[in-house]
Every structure is written in structure tokens, then in C-alpha cells.
Design a protein around this ligand. Structure first.
Ligand code: DGL
Length: 283
């Protein structure tokens, strides 16, 4: 089988790159739903429908496991699809398919705790010692997924989220670093003012932002640790595959890059972390 990797656009390539590093022999098919990107300004039902359609395309291509390399799809659609759609779809297909997301590994990395761990709630007030900034799409921010899931596990961590409505679209359109830098700086300044001081750590909670991680590093105080979603996701996939031998990641080293949008070369910024220009084929 192949492992499918899904995002609205090029952002998920940051995760895909790590997965390829971690599993060099595995077969991968990447799907970018660029015809419908960005997802971050869309409503919940639309995001659920688009994510389901993306997964079906990847299952139809022979993937048994799909990794949603997209915070917006993972935060808004994944639980819904796993609970209400996937069991029936799996039965109809007659093979064991599954969908994994990017939020669970990120929260495990941010809390230092396994997902299954939920803190015992004490009645007394817990001091918030560690301030975590999350930069994400408006849909992810509105879902409050990071606040809710981190608070269940670590009541000493205060989570502040900053929606960045324009960034994913600009990165997708190939905007230059000079145009993106002041916007990143504006978001870092805004969240710092809201917190009242600089954050202790940050999550780039949209995979597109990982492409411009250098701009976030430059805008944040020097040395602010960034929780790295691609690493966390690659490690989580390794643990999942170990626990689920029914999913075999293949050994042909297949690499296919599909888009629902216009096939062809991807923005130059992509090549900076990918190491070479990348071109997508029509889905
Ligand atoms: N890269 C995606 C994420 O991680 C989606 C960005 C978008 O389409 O708005 O949220």
C-alpha cells in the first residue's frame, strides 16, 4: 500500500518531507487540494466535506492510511470523519483504511504527555507558568482545539492563539519573503501585546507557516523554542505503524504529488526546504 498525505496545498509538504526522511523506502502519494485552498477561512461543514473528498481520492489511489498534514482539516474534520463516516466506508471498501491527523502528535510534543493522559482536575487554582503561542488559520483558532486539548492535560500551560488569515493564501500564491515578513511580525507583535510579554514557546499551527519558519524565528525573541509538527508527526506515524502491522507502508520508494488545482511547478519557497523545485500532477 501507499501512505497518503493530504493538505489544502503546499504546507503539508513540510510534514511530507519529514515522513520521506523517516521512511525512505515507503510509498507515498501527496495530495494538495489547491482547487479549494485555503481552507482556513471556510466553514466547518465545508472543511469536513473537502477533507472527506481528499481522503476518498487517496484511498481510491490505493492508499490505506492517510495522514492529514493540515491543522485545519485535523482540528475540524478528523474526529467527525472517524466517528461518523470512516467505519461505514471501511466496511464498504472491505479493507482496513484509517486517517491520522497532525494535532494529536503536536499536543503530545507540547505537553510532553501521551494523548491518553488526562490530568486529574483539582479544585484549586493552578498557576500558569508556561505561555504557549499558537499561530494558526482562523478556522483552527476558532475551534480552540489547542486550548481545549492542552488544558485537559497540562493546567500549568497557558495557550494563546493568533489567527493569521492571510498567510496560507499568500504562501500558496508564491509571495516573496519580503512581503510575508511584516505580516508575520505584525502577528507576533499582536500576540505579544495580548499576552503582556513574549511567549515561552510557540507552535506554528498551520503547516504552511513551517515553510516560513525562519520569518517566525526572526520575529520571535531569539531562541524561542518552536514545537516542530513535522518531527512530531513522523515519530507518531512510526509508533502507529509499529502498533498496526496490518498497515504496510510499502517498499518501492514511490513518490507522487497530486493536485486538484493547476498541475505544474510549485512556488519557489517550497524548493527552499524541499531542496529542489517540485512539480505537481493533476489528481
Ligand atoms: N496548511 C493548512 C493547515 O495546517 C491549511 C491552510 C489553509 O488552507 O488555510 O492548517
Amino acid at each position: 500500500m501507499s501512505i497518503g498525505v493530504f493538505d489544502s496545498g503546499v504546507g503539508g509538504l513540510t510534514v511530507h518531507h519529514k515522513l520521506v526522511d523517516r521512511f525512505p523506502d515507503a510509498d507515498f502519494i501527496y495530495l494538495a487540494d489547491q482547487a479549494n485552498a485555503p481552507y482556513g477561512g471556510r466553514g466547518g461543514e465545508e472543511i469536513v466535506d473537502l477533507t472527506r473528498a481528499g481522503c476518498i481520492r487517496l484511498f481510491d489511489q490505493g492508499c490505506d492510511l492517510v495522514v492529514l498534514a493540515c491543522n485545519t482539516a485535523s482540528g475540524i474534520a478528523l474526529r467527525r470523519l472517524q466517528q461518523t463516516w470512516l467505519p461505514g466506508y471501511r466496511r464498504a471498501l472491505g479493507r482496513p483504511v484509517n486517517i491520522l491527523g497532525i494535532i494529536v502528535p503536536t499536543i503530545e510534543a507540547a505537553t510532553g504527555l501521551p494523548w491518553e493522559h488526562e490530568a486529574e482536575r483539582r479544585g484549586d487554582k493552578v498557576e500558569k507558568l508556561d505561555v504557549l503561542a499558537v499561530f494558526s488559520t482562523p478556522a483552527t483558532t476558532a475551534s480552540r482545539v489547542y486550548e481545549i486539548e492542552i488544558d485537559k492535560r497540562r493546567q500549568d500551560v497557558a495557550v494563546f492563539s493568533e489567527p493569521c488569515p492571510e498567510l496560507a493564501r499568500m504562501i500558496e500564491a508564491g509571495a516573496a519573503a519580503e512581503a510575508l515578513a511584516p505580516i508575520v511580525q505584525g502577528h507576533v507583535t499582536a500576540i505579544t501585546q495580548r499576552i503582556g510579554r513574549a511567549p515561552d514557546r510557540a507552535i506554528l499551527g498551520c503547516t504552511h507557516y513551517e515553510i516560513i519558519a525562519d520569518l517566525f524565528r526572526a520575529a520571535l525573541p531569539p531562541g524561542t523554542p518552536l514545537i516542530h509538527q513535522p518531527d512530531a508527526t513522523a515519530e507518531a506515524l512510526a509508533r502507529y505503524l509499529e502498533r498496526h502491522p496490518e498497515f504496510d507502508a510499502g517498499d518501492g520508494g514511490l513518490r507522487r504529488f497530486l493536485t486538484t488545482g493547476n498541475p505544474g511547478p510549485q512556488p519557489p519557497l517550497v524548493a527552499t526546504f524541499w531542496g529542489a523545485p517540485l512539480s505537481f500532477e493533476a489528481a
